[in-house]
Design a protein around this ligand. Structure first.
Ligand SMILES: Nc1ncnc2c1ncn2[C@@H]1O[C@H](COP(=O)(O)OP(=O)(O)OP(=O)(O)O)[C@@H](O)[C@H]1O
Ligand SMILES: [Mg+2]
Length: 236
């Protein structure tokens, strides 16, 4: 990642679905995300937070607008190119951790490396380093099934970090965690920028804004917050 402009530039990105009925999910928004920053996407349930994250994560196309990542348009790419883009540049941390229960914490993290040129030994070494970053190197050999909820979140974060993505997208990373553990996970995600990454934290938890450099608020698919502009002409 060598560019000097914003990491992410959304121009008039919006989403309207037509089935079963025509519904506007996201009103067109223009926003930029700078490199090496923590961005919190905040809003009530059903606001459109996950939808925005899945557009930025190239998991779902918007119905309009342009999306540049590191200066290059994303939306004109083929499915294979998008899969490659996600594998090369993005790390995802989802609400449910999706770990392979019978495999060790370390194996689960090493599985985050998708580059076939990385040997298994190298993958395990990098996995162990990522586990150390989240404070879990001592239990690298423990089966995922035996981990606590907080530990599972940490393993999921380590798995997202192990390929050194330029963007980490975490959707509700504090869900189902107690206050203290939720705080630890947010701090941990905030520290990811020290490794040069940009972090997008999606949450209805106001605490996610504490360490954020930029806060994007969404209510009913409408945007509020620093650096966001709604295209009012498009609003209905
Ligand atoms: N493909 C789709 N077709 C129809 N409706 C959709 C589609 N995708 C999302 N929605 C609707 O858009 C709204 C926003 O959904 P989204 O998952 O982005 O909300 P959210 O802010 O992440 O909520 P939560 O905090 O509950 O996770 C919801 O009402 C959802 O049902
Ligand atoms: Mg959501």
């Amino acid at each position: 990642m060598t560019g000097s402009g914003p990491l992410i530039e959304l121009r008039d990105i919006g989403l309207e679905v037509t089935s079963p009925v025509r519904t506007r999910i996201l009103h067109p928004v223009t926003l930029e995300i700078r490199r090496g920053t923590v961005v919190a996407v905040i809003g009530p349930s059903g606001a459109g937070k996950t939808t925005l994250a899945s557009i930025i994560g190239a998991l779902q196309p918007p119905s309009e607008g342009s999306y540049r990542f590191d200066g290059r348009e994303v939306l004109d790419r083929t499915r294979n190119q998008l899969a490659r883009f996600r594998a090369d540049h993005l790390g995802f941390v989802f609400q449910s951790s999706h770990l392979i229960e019978e495999r060790s914490a370390l194996d689960n993290v090493a599985l985050g490396i998708v580059d076939p040129a990385v040997t298994r030994a190298d993958g395990l070494a990098r996995g162990l380093a990522a586990l150390a970053h989240v404070g879990l190197d001592q239990i690298a050999g423990r089966r995922a099934a035996d981990l606590s909820g907080g530990e599972r979140h940490r393993v999921a974060i380590a798995r997202a970090l192990v390929k050194e993505p330029s963007l980490v997208i975490a959707d509700e990373p504090t869900a189902a965690l107690d206050q203290a553990t939720g705080r630890e996970i947010l701090d941990l995600l905030g520290s990811v920028v020290d490794r040069g990454a940009t972090v997008l934290i999606v949450s209805h938890d106001q605490r996610a804004t504490d360490r954020a450099d930029q806060v994007i608020r969404i209510v009913d698919g409408r945007f509020f917050g620093e650096g966001t502009t709604e295209n009012t002409a498009e609003q209905r």
